[in-house]
Design a protein around this ligand. Structure first.
Ligand SMILES: [Mg+2]
Length: 391
């Protein structure tokens, strides 16, 4: 089998009201789908992360930079093709947009192999489990949402069957060096540190003592503030504390992880095995959170999972994009022994719920079953593509 071409579909879903985390303002949700075509009539697809810049930039890397290196190649030679994509572009980046692009292509190549061998991807990769427990990822800031609204929102997730809930913290302008200061619309939906603690307290009250509660600061705090806030939040029984500090402050994160009892998790903003090697060996995290659409596809992210396993660490991937990112990370988690929970975005997004002709949803116990169809096991819903497509 030979690769004949690559193509890209760009989609955008408007978010109303606008949502925000500790540092990002999100008026819309973007999706870059990569399709890899073959002479066997099989087309594989994957998602390339589109965070941090326009989708057109990612598209240009896929089509102009990587596509010529793949045409005519055998899609089964994934390890070879991964390096054929990454190594010649090393001056262009050892992370960032290049890895977004490689991730999408790598997922599509695995989808091709799954379809060609008529095997669901998670089975092709080792099938450690047949179902994965999901956690409700939500609790964002938005213009009109009060702390009481947030608590009510999180209570609803428990009623839907979730036993784990994650909320955002860190949208505090009073914090010096908060990256928020350099972000657009940084006056939107901000709170004080005291208000953040109140949000955590009210959510804990609403979800009851048995539901596990995680908090995510999206790099907003300094190490000393993260420790100070972490000690206060620990009183409300926090399950993990995600990206407390700047991604590049590895010593700072290690210090936070050492001082606090609550496990520190991250960093979705890391790329590649070498970057995860640093945060794992220097004990900057207690839980590793790579993302197959972002970190380097199945190929690189599975190596990170194996590295984390050697350090006794669980892997709870970052999953916060479309249905395609959800299903790709679902296969990944199901295939590794140290796979933890599936991050399940609860914000309204048609690019998650209506992207496929098939449904990927939680059951009443809060678990997601793996699809029993070849490859990723999903097909695109043409109506949704037509509705949200960006030319
Ligand atoms: Mg996060």
């Amino acid at each position: 089998m030979k690769i004949t071409d690559l193509s890209v579909i760009k989609l955008s879903y408007p978010v109303e009201p606008v949502m925000a985390d500790g540092i990002h303002y999100m008026p819309g949700r973007n999706l870059v789908i990569v399709q890899v075509h073959t002479d066997a009539g099989i087309t594989g697809m994957g998602e390339a992360a589109s965070y941090g810049g326009p989708m057109e930039s990612t598209e240009a890397v896929i089509l102009n930079e990587l596509r010529p290196r793949l045409i005519g190649e055998d899609p089964f030679k994934i390890e070879y093709l991964w390096r054929k994509m990454a190594v010649p572009s090393h001056q262009h980046g050892r992370g960032g947009i290049l890895y977004h692009a490689i991730s999408g292509i790598d997922i599509a190549l695995y989808d091709i192999i799954g379809q060609a061998t008529k095997t669901p991807l998670y089975k092709l990769l080792g099938a450690y489990r047949e179902e994965v427990q999901a956690y409700a990822s939500a609790g964002f800031y938005s213009g009109t949402k009060s702390a009481h609204d947030l608590a009510e929102e999180c209570g609803n997730y428990v009623e839907q069957g979730f036993t784990h809930v994650k909320i955002k913290v860190g949208r505090n302008k009073e914090v010096m060096l908060n990256p928020l200061h350099n972000m657009p619309f940084n006056d939107y939906a901000t709170v004080t540190l005291e208000e953040d603690l109140e949000r955590v307290r009210l959510v804990r009250e609403a979800i009851g003592p048995k539901t596990r509660l995680a908090v995510d600061a999206n790099n907003a705090w300094t190490p000393s503030l993260a420790i100070q806030m972490g000690k206060e939040m620990e009183k409300h029984n926090i399950f993990w504390f995600e990206e407390p500090v700047d991604t590049d402050d590895i010593e700072g994160s290690a210090h936070v992880a050492h001082v606090l009892d609550v496990p520190v998790s991250g960093y979705e903003t890391c790329f590649s095995l070498p970057q995860f090697r640093e945060i794992i060996t220097r004990r900057a995290v207690d839980i590793a959170q790579p993302d197959v659409i972002w970190t380097g596809g199945f190929t690189e992210t599975r190596k990170i999972a194996a590295f984390a396993e050697a350090y006794g660490l669980p892997v709870i991937p970052h999953v916060f994009s479309s249905g395609l990112s959800l299903v790709a990370n679902l296969h990944f988690i199901a295939s590794i022994p140290n796979g933890g929970l599936l991050e399940f975005d609860r914000n309204k997004n048609d690019l998650r719920t209506l992207l496929f002709n098939e449904q990927v949803e939680i059951d009443k116990r809060g678990y997601v079953q793996l699809p029993d169809r070849p490859g990723l096991g999903v097909t695109l819903n043409q109506n949704t593509i037509d509705k949200y497509r960006v030319k």
